[in-house]
Write a protein that binds this ligand. Structure first.
Ligand code: HSE
Length: 404
């Protein structure tokens, strides 16, 4: 089977390496040899034998009937979207690690694949090397899934882990994550939570069978988390994690990405460094945890190559995915109930009384010098915001949600 690879960046290189390294076992599992015939890249790789496969012209790939599978590891919406559509319409399966593309156009591309009896596969788009798309599509189909909560971004998990363990500053650890090849080209996508947001949109769309628009998911990143927050968390028996969640609450669906304080005994609390963890709750199976390397060259390439094998095994057959274009209406974020941990600068003695008057019962926390810290009762986000506004002129050092 001849395939074409679009993009020879970190993941693309990994795909070439995995195909060469595990050639024999991959061939056995796919039932045929997998040969890379083209690599699309704008660069030259002069001293590299791979250079003979390089093309700069996508049409050469699209018009070559020998190419059965197109593998994209470029990222970004364009030209990936155009290439995906064109490949599928020409009867080629399309495999991608590109979460922006899948979150935005997943439902449409799956439909085109279905109509053309080929496959649009994207295991590597969420959780790096962790199998999570295939389990949602094929293994957990007996269940009504009522919650997916995950640590879906390796870079931010690496940063939070190092900040906590080594007392290091945010910027310093971010640089290391970029050097290790975990971070996106633009680290904003990682640290502001946009990457995790697209990933939870993909997982929830697959679990619900309808389209969860990533733009509707309230998203906060980790840039406001400080060393002091880590000290408080430790003292209270919590760790801080960037959690992406989608939950059925009564008759509605609620989704969010934000830093959360979670108990040290929460199943996701032990997920550290670049690892991702995904907790799926189903009404029949109960809780299921997926754990593994969420970013990096080879783990991501492992998921891409597994998709290549699957596509090769299903030549001429569409593997049905449950994700149509109807849009899911998400619950208004203001009505979601949360408990907050709040740190205030203590520049007035009566602060305790003011907090009590406005918030009612709060749980006081042993505070750092010149601060007053507490945990609120469960409240809607809108009520919490109103109460915070009623506080007298006080400097809010930080406020972080607490997982129930
Ligand atoms: N930047 C992403 C992460 C890469 O850190 O998780 C994998 O999607």
């Amino acid at each position: 089977m001849k395939i074409a690879l679009l993009g020879l960046g970190t993941v693309g290189r990994g795909v070439v390496e995995v195909i060469n390294e595990n050639k024999e076992s991959i061939e056995k599992r796919a039932g045929q040899a997998i040969d890379i015939k083209y690599i699309l890249d704008i660069r030259e790789f002069a001293d590299d034998p791979i250079n003979k496969l390089i093309t700069k012209n996508f049409d050469e790939i699209a018009n070559d009937d020998e190419i059965a599978i197109v593998v994209e590891a470029m990222g970004g919406i364009e030209p990936a979207y155009t290439y995906a559509k064109s490949s599928l319409l020409k009867g080629k399966s399309y495999i991608t690690s590109n979460k922006e593309l899948v979150a935005l156009h997943g439902a449409e591309l799956l439909e085109i694949a279905r109509n053309n009896h080929v496959n649009f596969l994207f295991e590597a788009s969420v959780g790096g090397g962790i199998p999570i798309i295939r389990p949602l599509n094929q293994s957990l189909t007996a269940d009504e899934i009522y919650e997916i909560t995950g640590i879906l971004n390796g870079t931010t998990n690496f940063i939070l882990t190092k900040m906590r363990e080594d007392g290091r500053a945010f910027e310093d650890v971010l640089k290391e994550a970029q050097e290790l090849g975990y971070a996106e080209k633009n680290p904003e996508a990682d640290v502001e939570g946009y990457d995790a947001c697209r990933k939870i949109a993909i997982l929830s769309s697959l679990a619900l069978g309808e389209h969860v628009n990533f733009q509707d998911i309230p998203t906060e990143g980790i840039t406001q988390i400080t060393k002091e927050d880590m000290i408080y968390a430790e003292e209270m028996g919590y760790v801080i994690k960037l959690l992406a969640t989608c939950q059925k609450q009564d008759a509605s669906i609620f989704a969010r990405v934000s830093p959360m304080l979670i108990s040290k005994v929460h199943p996701l609390a032990m997920v550290n460094d670049v690892f991702n963890g995904i907790l799926v709750k189903g009404n029949v199976i109960g809780d299921v945890m997926f754990y593994g390397r969420g970013a990096g060259k080879l783990p991501t390439a492992s998921a891409v190559v597994a998709d290549i094998v699957d596509a090769a095994k299903h030549t001429g057959t569409n593997i049905i995915s449950f994700w149509n274009r109807d849009k899911v209406e998400l619950k208004d974020k203001k009505q979601v109930k949360t408990r907050y941990f709040v740190r205030l600068q203590k520049d007035m003695d009566s602060i305790q009384n003011s907090v009590k008057e406005i918030f009612g019962t709060v749980e006081e926390v042993k505070s750092l010098n010149n601060e007053y810290a507490f945990i609120t009762e469960l409240d809607t986000e809108v009520q919490f915001a109103e109460k915070m506004n009623r506080l007298p002129e006080l400097k809010v050092m930080n406020k972080i949600r607490i997982e129930k």
